[in-house]
Design a protein. Structure first.
Lengths: 594, 122
């Protein structure tokens, strides 16, 4: 192959052609020949480069990666002269470099294995050919060409792939039930209603590698016998929705979705449905109600979606990450996949590491790594060299695990037995400066707010739990509160309709279990050991170190501090709002918190 | 774009797509930059560039990217050539004739030894 120092890709998208891409290409070749550059620069046809509607016709020049947009035959001359002869980019026709590379996601750290996040930042999510270049849709081709639906289900069963939405139900079994359901038509749903505070694993996949999810859904649809799929994505993820829509449109154009896929006779299409961001809509029955146009409220199960789901028809519903695993398992084989993970949980899991940890962000690890390895080896330990206090896994319905649980391996069973859950992958690390009663109150505030209100235990129960916790934090806790928290939690857990209510008491129960002394200190000693609950702390100026510099008095927003220059100052406790500003501004450590 | 109708179509498309993707993937490759401002061109940078191009083609060096830029900013030293090996610092050469360019390619780019005689401070 001849060597060219430069390559020009000309977008041959139909819209670009309509806008004159062929004339641009012709002009380009003519100008290059005129300047005797034909042997140095090659001109190639390319699929769409940018947005044809606003940017076309456009060209992309490599190795520089310069993207010239909105071209006309008249502008080709100056570009050739400046770019190829003088080596200068012509700024007026150049588009802003699109960041194909992902800035949120760094290089993988030791002990990380990236399967789901593998392509993110490495392929252009808005260009299907990039996905095809990294073996995309090969698994779908294999399934349609060589495997029966039963064989696909058996492969997924053997891979021990389990639902990544949190419950960990075997995916193959779910598909089998949906396949066995006699009723038709059948539906495939992808649950992309990621709502846990601080969690963004699914958003990253949808924004960075949307085709992996579409391919997984198509394989699943072939296995269960569905011809229509829906991705239920929250409206708070506008970029994910737009990337998904582009991906679906391109897959249709290329014949990888739609009628008679790859000449196999199998039809499958996907549509995006947007949710309004209600947390409960991540629950499968509420999600389906929302797709149908009803209120996002859960219903009792059984019947399970596999027999009666969307519009009363058999429906298979999986999480984004679950679907993204499927093409990799089929394409690279069972042996490869089952070599990762623990005995009962195979493969990897993505987590959003957040809180008081040095390196926050997305990670992907094989099952079976310990919490300590995740927090210290990958997360870099606790921020600011403080001591570890607790880690909360699985979002607002998860439990808080203390330091004694740090060596537990992370998989569905172990976390469940320890009083927490796997959840969809939120992981919030807390340092010694965290008040566990306050944390329980914070999560209860969230679940109370997000309770849909359909069933009494969840609607009224979470409200009462929150009231008691607020009372304790405000310094008004009394004898019997702990017992009432325990009893209420038990009732809510047993009697709620869906996972939201059943899981809501977890933060309370787990903190009661592991940090009872903090609850007792709040209630019986009116003291917040972590010095977080404002009602229970007091700021005072210590006589010795105070130099009377007046900085605290000048910064106090309510004028609670008085004192002569060079004399020890005094805080008036009746005026003080306990904002802590004096503590922050004092240069002499003269403010004491008690 | 053509609709993919069979598995063979998909495989063919994958190969084409891989070629384009490789083109864009520049990490881990050696970069050679030639200063092609008006001064550079007047001093003969185009011949230097062609010599480098010929060498790359002759020896089949696929992991080398040849780029041109404007005036590099070392007055009186044109034609200027910079060589950036992966993970190494930029080395700048001045008054590079086609013959010198070939020698730089042989010694520095292929064998990894900086040609100290031609090197200038940039």
């Amino acid at each position: 192959m001849a060597y060219y120092r430069s390559t020009v890709l000309v977008s041959m998208d139909p819209v670009c052609i309509e806008k004159g891409a062929l004339e641009i290409k012709e002009q380009l070749i003519k100008e290059l020949a005129l300047l005797k550059l034909s042997e140095e620069v090659q001109v190639l046809d390319s699929p769409r480069l940018g947005d044809p509607e606003t940017e076309g016709p456009d060209i992309l020049v490599y190795p520089e990666g310069s993207h010239y947009i909105q071209l006309s035959p008249a502008t080709v001359g100056p570009i050739v002269l400046e770019h190829f002869v003088k080596g200068r980019e012509l700024q007026q026709y150049k588009a802003q470099m699109r960041d194909v590379l992902d800035e949120e996601l760094g290089e993988p750290k030791d002990k990380e294995i990236r399967i789901i996040l593998e392509n993110i930042g490495k392929i252009d999510p808005r260009n299907i050919e990039d996905y095809i270049a990294v073996d995309g849709y090969q698994a779908l081709a294999k399934v349609l060409g060589e495997m029966s639906p039963e064989e696909v289900i058996q492969t997924i069963l053997d891979s021990k792939l389990r639902g990544r939405g949190g419950a960990g139900f075997p995916t193959g079994l779910k598909w089998k039930f949906a396949r066995q359901a006699p009723d038709t038509p059948k539906y495939m749903i992808c649950n992309a209603d990621e709502g846990d505070p601080g969690a963004f694993m699914n958003r990253k996949v949808l924004e960075g590698d949307p085709h992996s999810v579409l391919e997984g859904m198509a394989i699943g649809a072939y296995a269960v016998g569905a011809n229509q799929g829906y991705v239920y994505c929250r409206a708070e993820y506008p970029i994910a929705v737009s990337t998904l829509n582009t991906a679906i449109e391109q897959a249709r154009e290329y014949g990888l979705l739609g009628k008679d896929i790859l000449g196999s006779g199998f039809d499958f299409d996907i549509e995006v449905r947007m949710g309004a961001g209600a947390f409960v809509c991540g629950e499968e029955t509420a999600l389906m109600a929302s797709i149908e146009g009803g209120r996002g409220e859960p219903r009792a199960r059984p019947p399970f979606p596999a027999s009666k789901g969307l519009w009363g028809k058999p429906t298979n519903i999986n999480n984004v990450e679950t679907y993204a695993n499927v093409p990799k398992i089929i394409h690279r084989g069972l042996e490869w996949y089952t070599s990762m993970g623990s005995e009962k949980s195979k493969g990897t899991k993505t987590f959003a590491l957040a809180g008081d940890v040095a390196h926050t962000g997305l990670i992907e690890v094989p099952f079976g790594l310990t919490l300590r390895e995740i927090i210290y080896d990958i997360g870099g330990g606790i921020k600011g060299g403080k001591a570890f206090k607790a880690v909360q896994t699985g979002g607002p319905m998860g439990g808080c695990l203390p330091a004694s649980d740090l060596d537990l391996p992370v998989d569905y069973e172990t976390l469940g037995a320890a009083g927490s859950i796997m959840g969809s992958g939120g992981m919030i690390v807390m340092d010694e400066g965290t008040c566990m009663v306050d944390i329980a109150r914070f999560f209860m505030e969230f679940t109370q707010d997000e309770s849909c209100g359909k069933c009494v235990p969840c609607r009224v129960g979470t409200r009462r739990l929150l009231e008691i916790l607020e009372k304790i934090c405000a310094g008004n806790g009394e004898e019997g509160d702990i017992e009432e928290l325990e009893e209420l939690s038990e009732q809510i857990r047993k009697n709620s309709l869906c996972g939201l209510g059943q899981g809501a008491p977890n933060p309370v129960l787990s903190t009661l279990n592991h940090f009872m002394d903090e609850y007792k200190a709040h209630i019986y000693e009116k003291r917040c050991p972590a010095k977080v609950c404002r009602a229970l702390i007091k700021y005072e100026i210590i006589d010795g170190p105070c130099t009377g510099c007046t900085v605290c008095a000048r910064n106090c927003p309510v004028g609670a501090i008085t004192g002569e220059r060079k004399q020890t100052h005094i805080i008036d406790q009746d005026i003080c709002i306990k904002c802590g500003i004096c503590y922050q501004v004092c240069q002499f450590d003269a403010i004491n918190v008690s | 774009m053509p609709t993919i109708k069979s598995i063979e179509d998909l495989k063919r498309l994958r190969e084409e797509a891989q070629k384009v993707k490789e083109l864009r993937d520049q990490t881990g490759k050696t970069q050679i930059v030639v200063g092609m401002g008006t001064v550079g061109i007047a001093a003969g940078a185009r011949d230097t560039l062609k010599a480098i191009l010929a060498y790359i083609e002759d020896k089949h060096l696929p992991d080398v990217i040849l780029r041109q830029t404007g005036n590099i900013g070392v007055g009186g030293q044109d034609p200027v050539v910079q060589v950036i090996l992966p993970g190494a610092e930029t080395v700048t050469y001045g008054k590079v004739t086609p013959a010198m360019a070939t020698q730089i390619m042989e010694e520095h780019v292929v064998k990894g030894n900086v040609v100290q005689d031609f090197r200038i401070e940039a």
